[in-house]
Write a protein that binds this ligand. Structure first.
Ligand code: NAP
Length: 351
């Protein structure tokens, strides 16, 4: 059975990111030396939050320069590591070219990191941050599944470069990881497939799309109403715990859907109303699907995206994450309130 030596360094790609932040904190608090390959180790402002964590912890953090698109650039950071977390991948809606901005860093980046793993004899396990977006594409696709519910058995077959490009990028990247894992027998692969991650980050002003989406509930963008859209949500602290346990639970294997409950945007706004309704223009109603469909192109959203995703129930099975990784989910009500409070405190809504 695979055992990780806790005295060895652990590598985390994308350590500066929203999802990786709490994982790095947990590793540092447990006394690990974290090897953090980042794009720009000289950008002190970006590393400030991680350095603050390390100052308060028993573990250490060491930075290396690396880019998902630069072959071999992860070799140095990986030296001596038995465990590699690969979280880095762009999660943004601000894209011009889906191939260049999403698919290349996701797919070539995964290949690049795993080629370094193949060269680094010490590595025993890789934990990959995939997404529920690699499990299924559009909400409508769930209708074809038993009980309308997705499990780890399912794969996204409907996303493409032209439709749901982010989901496509995560699907091709995870498939590549499984292909490279199956072509050898030294390292095992454990995959985390989170739904929409919410909750307070280590860096209160992250660029993750999670921030952009939730910010819109409070900045007036959605004051006339929210789209009739439901999605699974999960607290960023639970996602970190799932990653940590995926690294250290010897018998962990395969994919893990990591999701607390599915909620509509209106339900999320309703959770915020008692504490924030007086001071913020939280949405009070759901817009009819046809209204969203008509106006979609004017906000850069395709009508196909609206047709195939709005107004559908959204169900995934999180049993495996609870049974195999021991996750006890934080409630969406707490996650969204803690997240919003952090945005308020850090001045995200200040004009
Ligand atoms: P994020 O805060 O924007 O983090 C993305 C990370 O990837 C950053 O550390 C970024 O580094 C790094 N990165 C991007 N392009 C890179 C490149 N070319 N070379 C090296 N590093 C690069 O977003 P996030 O939400 O934490 O996403 C992290 C992971 O979680 C991704 O794999 C994403 O698909 C996955 N995920 C997120 C969610 C969610 O709801 N947030 C849900 C499911 C899965 P810089 O700091 O240098 O930009």
């Amino acid at each position: 059975m695979m055992q990780i030596d806790k005295s060895k360094p652990v590598m985390v790609t994308g350590a500066t990111g929203y999802v990786a932040g709490w994982l790095v904190k947990k590793l540092l608090d447990e006394g690990f030396t974290v090897h953090a390959p980042v794009r720009d180790p000289e950008k002190k402002e970006k590393l400030k939050y991680l350095n603050d964590l390390a100052d308060k912890a028993t573990g250490k953090i060491k930075y290396f320069k690396a880019d998902l698109l630069a072959p071999g650039s992860y070799d140095e950071a990986m030296k001596g590591c038995e465990l590699v977390y690969h979280t880095a991948s762009p999660f943004t809606s601000k894209i011009k070219d889906p191939q260049k901005d999403l698919v290349d860093p996701a797919l070539k980046g995964t290949r690049n990191v795993l080629e370094s793993v193949n060269k680094t004899e010490s590595v025993k396990r890789v934990v990959l941050t995939s997404s529920c977006a690699a499990v299924f594409g559009d909400s409508k696709d769930l209708l074809a599944l038993p009980n309308g519910t997705a499990t780890e058995e399912n794969w996204n077959t409907t996303s493409s470069l032209n439709h749901q490009a982010y989901s496509f990028s995560k699907t091709v990247a995870e498939k590549e990881a499984w292909k490279m894992n199956k072509a050898q027998n030294r390292w095992d692969l454990v995959v985390i497939n989170p739904t929409l991650v919410i909750g307070p980050g280590i860096n209160p002003k992250s660029t993750s799309e999670s921030y952009n989406l939730i910010k819109q509930l409070g900045d007036g963008t959605m004051k006339m109403g929210v789209p009739p859209f439901e999605i699974g949500v999960v607290d960023v602290r639970d996602v970190a715990e799932a990653h940590f346990n995926a690294g250290f639970v010897s018998e962990a294997e395969g994919r893990h859907i990591v999701s607390s409950e599915s909620k509509t945007f209106l339900q999320l706004a309703d959770y915020l109303r008692p504490s924030f309704g007086k001071d913020f223009p939280l949405p009070k109603r759901q817009l009819p699907k046809f209204v969203v469909w008509l106006s979609a192109p004017s906000v850069g959203v395709s009508r196909k995206m609206v047709s195939n995703n709005m107004g559908y129930p959204w169900k995934v099975d999180n049993t495996k994450s609870k049974e195999k990784l021991g996750i006890k989910y934080i409630s969406p009500e707490k996650s969204i309130n803690d997240f919003f409070q952090q945005m308020v405190d850090s001045g995200v809504f200040n004009k």
